[in-house]
Each structure stands twice: as C-alpha cells, then as structure tokens.
Design a protein around this ligand. Sequence first.
Ligand code: HEM
Length: 202
Amino acid sequence: MVDRQGFFLAFRLLAAFLACVPLLVLAINIARQSLGPDPGQEVTESLGLAALQLLIVTLCMTPLKRWTGWAGWIRVRRMLGLFAFFYAVLHVLAFLQFILGWSDLWATFTKRPYIVAGALSFLMLVPLALTSTKGMMKRLGKSWKGLHKLVYLIAITAWLHFIWQARSDIGEMVAYGLVIVGLLALRWKWNGPQGLIPFAKG
Ligand code: HEM
C-alpha cells in the first residue's frame, strides 16, 4: 500500500511528465523532420500553445481542490505554473531566433498589437516565476497573493495574443477563451471581483 507522501510524490512525477509531453512531441517531430514547410513557425506556435495550455491547467488546480477536497492538486500548482513560464521562455526565444532573427526588436514589439499582448503576458509572468519560491512567499507576506492575482490578467492577455493572430478557424481559440472565462467566473463567485484584481485586498 502506497503511503500518503508516496502517493503525492507519484502524482507530482506524473504531472511533471505530462507537462513535458509537448516538448517531447516537439523533439520527436524535429528528429523526424515532420514539422511541415515552415519548421521555425511550427516550433514557435507549438511552444506558445503549450504555455497557454499549462497556464490554463494551472488555473484549474484551485477549483479541483475545492471540488474534490484533495490537497494533491495544490501541491502541483506551482510546478505547473513554472512549466507554463518555461514554455513561454522557449516560445519567445523561438520567436526571436526563427521568426525575427534578433533584428528590429523594438519595431516588432510595438507595431503589431498581438505581439504587444504576448510581450505583456510574458513580462507579467516573470515576477510570478521569480516570486514562486517559499522564501519569496514568506518575504512578501500578504502582498504575495495580490501580486499572484496577475495570473488572471495574464490568462486574458495571452488569450488576446492568441485570438488576435487568428487567420481563419477560430473555433479552438474560442474554446480556450470559454474555459478561461469559466475559470475567472468561478473566482468571482468564490472571492468577489476583488479576487480577480491584481494587488487588491481579498
Ligand atoms: C514577448 C512575448 C511573445 C512574443 C513575441 C510572441 C510571439 C508569437 C508569435 C510570433 C506567434 C506566431 C504567430 C503566427 O502564427 O504567425 C505566437 C503564437 C502564440 N503565442 Fe506567443 N508570443 C509571446 C508571448 C506569449 C505568451 C506569454 C504566451 C502564453 C502564455 C503565448 C502564447 C501563444 C499562443 C497560444 C500562440 C498560438 C499558437 C498556435 O497558433 O497554435 N505567447 N506568439
């Protein structure tokens, strides 16, 4: 019989493995050279999608804990959030390397609204990742929660970044948007509007 700690550990390992799946799939596709006519674009897009998906999965952990009462969901929440950040970093690096070629940085970041939304999401993710340790949590005290409410705004700006670049089929994007709206609505119901506003009390 697996004890409680052993079960939590196994669950963490499973969650970490699942979070690595997008990277594994990408590595396999690169090795098989099956990324289509524009591999750089494909790499950038799949890393961006993985970042958004992991952000949404991270936001699902608190409702799952509330509904099931099982603490395991919360134990993997920080790790999943850091995976979202990890994919976002790779996504931005892939964009700079394969699409932009490290030139015209300022012009690109200011001219296209969808890039501005992506850059804003990324900039807001940085302080969350940097303050995700237990030490920072203690040091920031009550402000930690206020700061980490930025995650709701990030979900919205990352989704805007996603939908803004839509060319034809927006069904998938609308589906992600509905999940995000549902997750934010739950927070509103449980904690009121204050629960969604970064740096607000409550
Ligand atoms: C400086 C920050 C960022 C830049 C410059 C950037 C740039 C890009 C570019 C160039 C694309 C491909 C657009 C195309 O298909 O032509 C893209 C797609 C995407 N990005 Fe970003 N991005 C940034 C941050 C983020 C962040 C933080 C997230 C999520 C948390 C994100 C999620 C996505 C998603 C979901 C896609 C669409 C993938 C698909 O089409 O399947 N991006 N981004």
